[in-house]
Design a protein around this ligand. Structure first.
Ligand code: F6R
Length: 260
């Protein structure tokens, strides 16, 4: 696991967007796994900037989002469908038919989950998966106690997650949907490469448990310790509870020297 500690959230956005755009440049028809939430918004802004400056095209990229609320209409202001269109897709040359999100309105939700897994397979799997992390250690909406082998399915959100996400709904936690379709931990871990971003002091405990804690279903993000190609990009506050912070900084400095 590569741990990159940067001074600010802005640097996390810049560095992550640069990496994603480099991969797209190398493999224009790559498959990109995307996340919602507050953390990747700055990354998406930077990706749009690369596109506007003519440095990257997403026209051949296929995308799969991690999750979607169950029961929210697609065009609801807080659906992840709306979020992705507003924050990224409509500002660059993404081909709509290749941008996938789970169908939270499906009559048969388990069939929709199976279809999502099939679509990922048919696209040849995910080349690069972008992730955030919940304050309770979730990735996508795999809440604590999720099987580390889980596949795309419906999950009940924890009280903590609904409280954390109430800020987007501008409403009390009770109004945040109780269920979501989410890629499983097993699905996520099949991506060739994973890039997890975390910023802010509120993520410091989850980040410590992800990187330095035991691998446990109580912290679904800890499953990433078993993946061969993971980069965790953090700002200083998110890295503030890491016991080996100085070592990670030392290793990263050596890595950058090697890459120069
Ligand atoms: C979103 C997702 C979630 C978020 C996590 C952090 O698609 O899968 O796991 O990444 O809840 O959210 P923010 O970035 O809002 O703190």
């Amino acid at each position: 696991m590569r741990v990159v500690i940067l001074e600010s959230a802005k640097q996390v956005s810049q560095r992550s967007a640069k990496h994603i755009c480099q991969v797209v440049e190398e493999i224009p028809s790559m498959t990109l796994g995307l996340a919602t939430g507050g953390t990747p918004v700055g990354t998406y802004r930077e990706m749009i900037e690369y596109y506007r400056q003519g440095q990257v095209s997403f026209a051949q990229v296929t995308t799969f989002n991690l999750d979607e609320y169950v029961g929210l209409p697609r065009n609801h202001a807080q659906s992840y469908y709306t979020f992705m269109h507003q924050q990224l897709f409509e500002h660059a040359d993404f081909e709509q038919s290749r941008c996938h999100l789970p169908d939270g309105e499906a009559e048969d939700l388990s069939a929709a989950c199976e279809a999502y897994e099939r679509a990922i397979d048919e696209a040849g799997g995910i080349d690069l998966q972008l992730l955030g992390i919940g304050t309770d250690g979730h990735i996508a909406f795999n809440e604590p106690s999720s099987s580390l082998a889980s596949r795309t399915r419906v999950k009940a959100l924890t009280r903590q997650t609904r409280e954390d996400n109430a800020r987007f709904f501008d409403a009390p936690a009770e109004e945040v949907p109780k269920l979501a379709i989410t890629m499983g931990v097993g699905t996520i871990c099949e991506a060739t490469e994973i890039l997890l971003l975390a910023t802010g002091k509120g993520k410091a405990n989850a980040v410590r448990d992800l990187i330095e804690g035991p691998v446990t279903a109580q912290v679904p993000a800890s499953a990433l310790q078993l993946h061969p190609h993971v980069t965790v990009m953090l700002d200083e506050p998110a890295a503030s509870r890491l016991a080996r912070r100085d070592y990670y900084l030392h290793v990263e400095a050596l890595q950058l020297e090697l890459e120069a």
